[in-house]
Design a protein around this ligand. Structure first.
Ligand SMILES: *[C@@H]1O[C@H](CO)[C@@H](O)[C@H](O)[C@H]1NC(C)=O
Ligand SMILES: *[C@@H]1O[C@H](CO)[C@@H](O)[C@H](O)[C@H]1NC(C)=O
Ligand SMILES: *[C@@H]1O[C@H](CO)[C@@H](O)[C@H](O)[C@H]1NC(C)=O
Length: 469
């Protein structure tokens, strides 16, 4: 909690930054400033008076807890998969909060949800912020959710403080950030960014139960018949002046260093590659070593070669993971005749990451030759470019952290987010807050009220600033 005189100081600072030049046609700015300051001067002696930029973190926590009850697995875990009944209930819950905050709510064809606080200059491109609420099986309740419900609280703070935006401010709930159901991550934001490829793919995409994307969407109330219906989601360039996302770090750095705010300067982007080898197989006893062409050992060798390429990239920011390695037929007494690998590599430097993929390909060819196996598959499944945050938004966030007296550091997001795709249609930056031990995607995921309040405050001040530019 900050005390009354600090609130006053903060208010003055914001005025100096030009954040709180109120839009009002009738009263002069001076009058408004005086009136607003008077109404804040009682704080904290009149706790019932909504105070200037004070985050109602109790309500935020209640909402996070309530939202987590829309889950297909028991608490404390959360499982909320795209277009399931629980997903629909959770969406309705968020739409209700948007309506209660006085936002006008709209949904696009795939169920991206937009809540708009109309600004003074309706013709200007709005400032946008948001995240997702879908949750992978047995995960936690803060991933994504803090960036949606926290954004709505940021708007409530600004409303309570008497701020009026010049540009409109829009909160976006993105459809399916997690790839759980259809194997496609950031489905909603990827479409918003104008992915023709995804619009085509979705016409024939099915889930593990052979339910089509189109049928699943229909069951959730989103009717699409054609590729045109899906592409209606695409945003035109210039739709938004900026996009910001508040998110838990999902890593341990902020907590272990005792820093309150992470300002994300770049988002690393993943590439995924599927590799297959095929050999002759055979009996584990009968075939002598010189006569073997073991698809399993080819896979093992490639995995280690891949690690070498990643380590030799010259940067700590290059990472690589062989997350899947399957052998066929998978019996102890049978030489593997087929192997299948799924490989993920990420970096903030696209060229460096792609170099690793090239070297991986060369190694796969060489290993196949040496071991007399066939390289049956080498498929780059996706290769998204990384994104850099916008300098002017970074400095607005930095100012917001400073006037709030919060420690902050610049950092890289090694997980990807909807922001990665929004960066293709407008300038972008992200705010991270600490989370317990860096845990995410499991029930132990946790962010403290203080940390959430700090993040919401920095988001609110930054939104206010950008809505005036
Ligand atoms: C999946 O559904 C389609 C259309 O209903 C059907 O033609 C196809 O045979 C099904 N595939 C499987 C593997 O069940
Ligand atoms: C700012 O934070 C520091 C360290 O947490 C604290 O010592 C100082 O009193 C704070 N200043 C204000 C104005 O809140
Ligand atoms: C709103 O923003 C526009 C464009 O930046 C600017 O020209 C105008 O003066 C602003 N209006 C107010 C009341 O600040």
């Amino acid at each position: 909690m900050i005390n009354g005189s600090d609130q006053f100081l903060l208010y003055l600072l914001l005025h100096l930054l030009g954040v709180f030049a109120f839009v009002n046609g009738t009263s002069s700015e001076d009058d408004l400033m005086k009136k607003t300051m008077e109404s804040f001067s009682g704080y904290p002696n009149e706790p019932s008076t909504p105070s200037f930029l004070s985050v109602d973190v109790e309500t935020l926590q209640v909402q996070i807890d309530e939202l987590s009850s829309f889950s297909d697995t028991p608490a404390p875990s959360v499982t909320r998969i795209l277009y399931t009944d629980k997903d629909v209930l959770a969406r309705n819950y968020v739409k209700q909060i948007m309506t209660n905050s006085g936002l006008s709510v709209r949904e696009d064809a795939v169920g991206n949800i937009f809540g708009r606080w109309q600004g003074y200059e309706a013709g200007l491109a709005p400032v946008s912020t948001g995240s997702h609420i879908d949750a992978i099986p047995y995960s936690g309740k803060y991933d994504g959710v803090v960036g949606v419900l926290g954004a709505l609280e940021a708007i409530n703070i600004l409303k309570r403080s008497g701020f009026e935006p010049n540009r409109s401010i829009e909160v976006i709930l993105f459809t399916s950030e997690e790839p759980t159901r259809f194997g496609i991550g950031c489905l909603g934001s990827r479409l918003l960014s104008g992915s023709e490829k995804l619009a085509s793919t979705l016409m024939n995409t099915v889930d593990a139960h052979n339910i089509s994307f189109l049928d699943a969407a229909k069951s959730a109330g989103y009717d699409m018949d054609s590729k045109q219906d899906i592409s209606s989601v695409f945003l035109k360039k210039g739709t938004y002046s900026a996009f910001l996302e508040l998110h838990i770090e999902q890593g341990p750095l902020l907590e272990s260093e005792g820093v309150s705010i992470g300002i994300v300067t770049a988002i690393a982007a993943p590439a995924s590659i599927n590799v297959g080898f095929e050999g002759n197989g055979g009996h584990a006893g009968a075939v002598l070593m010189p006569n073997r062409n073991d698809a399993g050992l080819a896979a093992a060798e490639l995995a280690l070669e891949f690690e070498k390429h990643v380590l030799q990239s010259g940067s700590i920011d290059t990472v690589g993971t062989v997350g899947i390695m399957e052998l066929h037929p998978g019996a102890i007494n049978s030489i593997p005749s087929k192997s299948h690998l799924e490989i993920d590599t990420r970096d903030i430097d696209e060229e460096r990451r792609n170099k690793v993929i090239e070297k991986l390909h060369e190694s796969a060819i060489k290993i196949a030759q040496r071991r007399q196996v066939k390289l049956s598959e080498f498929k780059i499944v996706n290769q998204d470019p990384p994104a850099l945050s916008e300098v002017s938004i970074i400095s607005a966030m930095e100012n917001a952290a400073m006037v709030s007296n919060l420690s902050y550091k610049f950092m890289i997001s090694r997980a990807y987010h909807d922001s990665l795709f929004m960066s293709r249609v407008c300038p972008m930056a992200m705010i991270f807050i600490p989370c317990y031990k860096g845990y995410s995607h499991k029930p132990e995921e946790y962010a403290s009220r203080d940390d959430m309040a700090n993040g919401v405050k920095v988001l609110a001040i930054t939104l206010a600033k950008l809505s005036r530019e």
